[in-house]
Write a protein that binds this ligand. Sequence first.
Ligand code: SF4
Length: 468
Amino acid sequence: MDYLYLPPTFGTSWAMKAATKTPDKKQIQSAPKVGVVSLGCPKALVDSERIMTKLRSQGYELSGTYEGADVVIVNTCGFLESAQKESLDAIGEAISANGKVIVTGCMGAEPEKIRAIHPKVHTITGPHQYENVVNAVHEVVKPVHDPYVDLVPEAGLRLTPRHYAYLKISEGCNNRCTFCIIPKLRGDLVSRSTAHVLHEAANLVKAGVKELLVISQDTSAYGLDIKYAESVFKGRAVKAKFYDLAEALGEMGVWVRMHYVYPYPHVDGVIELMAAGKILPYLDIPFQHAAPNVLKNMKRPAMQAKTLDRIKAWRETCPDLVIRSSFIVGFPGETEEDFQFLLDWLQEAQLDRVGCFKYEPVDGATSEDLNLPEIPQAVKDERWERLMAVQQVISAKRLAAKIGRIIPCIIDEVDGEGGGNARSYGDAPEIDGSVYLRNVPKKYVQGDIVNVLIEDADEYDMYGVIKK
Ligand code: SF4
């Protein structure tokens, strides 16, 4: 995983909103209720959605409070020490407020760590063990006799707003980045069949989704484990290949946004799809660093690729391409020279959006066995500040270049007072900026894609007006 994603807190979660939609009072009183606390990245969020969908199809209600739930599922994140701490705190909170707690997700791969602090947890399962989670729920509170299958929308239950959805195309990862324990927790790459992914995408579109966010641990490696096997969707054989999947998704008539892509040579073909307007000209590539010896110590995939040349070529093919990335500063052994290399690289690469983490040692990560000198916290902090300062100037310049242009944007929110906020093709939800709209005529609603004249911009957001 390359991002920490923290969805809305338990009390205000989409799970709570879904729970309030049940129409029949009698059913509300009799159905067993489950609370879901979902932590971590969008991939974990998709796992929570699958568990919720399964339980809902068996007649369980979703509770927005600990007190109203018969059992609480905590889907944990184990990416960094801080994420593990947050997961352990969430488990503790659920135990004191409810008492019956089932833990799943990345941290569930280390049950002894959880039991040492919270011995009263009912069941612990590892990541994507949906069936085990559902069975554990059955043990605590049996499903109602007559499942309300018709209450489950065809697209399943989601934690995202109605107009966008994450589409997970694979689990696990074949890479072995030294700072990351995801492959240990989630195993090697397991790709879903293309037909399965496309079927889910089609159901989401049918349910009103206007933007599909393709996620996995390594999206560009899609299909490698199943030897790019073909599967049939709507009478047509489609290969389990990044390009073929992108092309098929691009035919669904909605925005398609690619996350967690690595700069492998075969990505070039997908840039052509972007230039042709089939999918959004947006790439989320977690570069993590640029200095060759840091990348080598990190064991990053495609580290030998000449990424600056590749970015240049991509922009020649698709001038509107927006690139977002994330970086880690303070990795063991990172010298001032390495860090300066990274800053110079950023100046050269002119990425549109950048997130930055300070390196944290994680139990089980092989970076800790490299015997490289640790970077003092004060140096990590200072490097983080310097990187963000450099990038803010670049991001501001790239957004300023859009002033005066008319750009398609998707409406996220209408404020009821004539304004609202949206995102351009270059802004992914949660991680990028917004486009603040000063006029939203009444006929427009959340999820509408409108042409916006960009009037102003700062280092994160843009400001504009809807044009007819
Ligand atoms: S690509 Fe690297 S950082 Fe991302 S999940 Fe795989 S091993 Fe972890």
